[in-house]
Write a protein that binds this ligand. Sequence first.
Ligand SMILES: [Cu+2]
Length: 283
Amino acid sequence: MQPRRRWRRPLTLLVLAPLVLSGCSSELNDQWARGGLPESVTDHGDRITTLWQGAWAAAFITGAIVWALILAACVVYRRKATDTGLPPQVRYNLPVEVLYTTLPIVMVLVYFYFTARDQNEVGDVKNDAAVNVSVVGKRWSWDFNYLDAGVFQAGTPGEPPTLYLPVGEKVHFDVVARDVIHSFWVPQFIFKKDMIPGRVNSFELTPTKVGFYAGKCAELCGTYHARMLFNVAVVERAEYDRQLEALRAQGNVGDLTDVEGPQQPRSGESLTIDPETDETESE
Ligand SMILES: [Cu+2]
């Protein structure tokens, strides 16, 4: 009897490990429940999270049924001691063929319906936002243009710039690229949008939670792609206005959206990162 129990310990560990690990903090528990996604901080976040959870649930149920059928077939139709020669050869089973043709089509339609519905909702651009920003991706930083106030923040490689947004107000984003394809990604927005040279991509969202969030480029764009970082500060309206005034006081007046050239254009100098020292330097 003893050797038979050997499998029990690894199996117990396998089952308990996620429970023990996730028990470390309720925050981690919540992240498990969200399927690994961070906590949402925009008005679209919950919708995307729900779609993600639903997709996982559907995939797991589908997987469980498929695994169960495979195992059942292995057990029920296994070769028995009394079997001789080939098993009976079967073909043309119409009910089974109809089932395995229609069922996947129905499943794909269900997935498609929910994905299309949520994508339409998240991607809907109404052009009625109170706050309008234009974000330019460039190797390897970002320019943020606050179109309503007519001021901008030009990022330089190696120093992540900060995009300020007022909490609870709808923001319209236009994103473009000055050189190659980039992608605007704030993980906690649970959203990213590609930035394509010569094309304006738009989206709208409302930040719902005051905080400081990391942003990054999500499209491999060259040597320092991994260091193409920025931050988003979601602040109260008064603080937002103060930040824009500070930009105005610095003389950052205008709009860099359509400026040509890959690097910081205002001073006319180009910035590069020296691969030897990994330092930012001016030429
Ligand atoms: Cu990039």
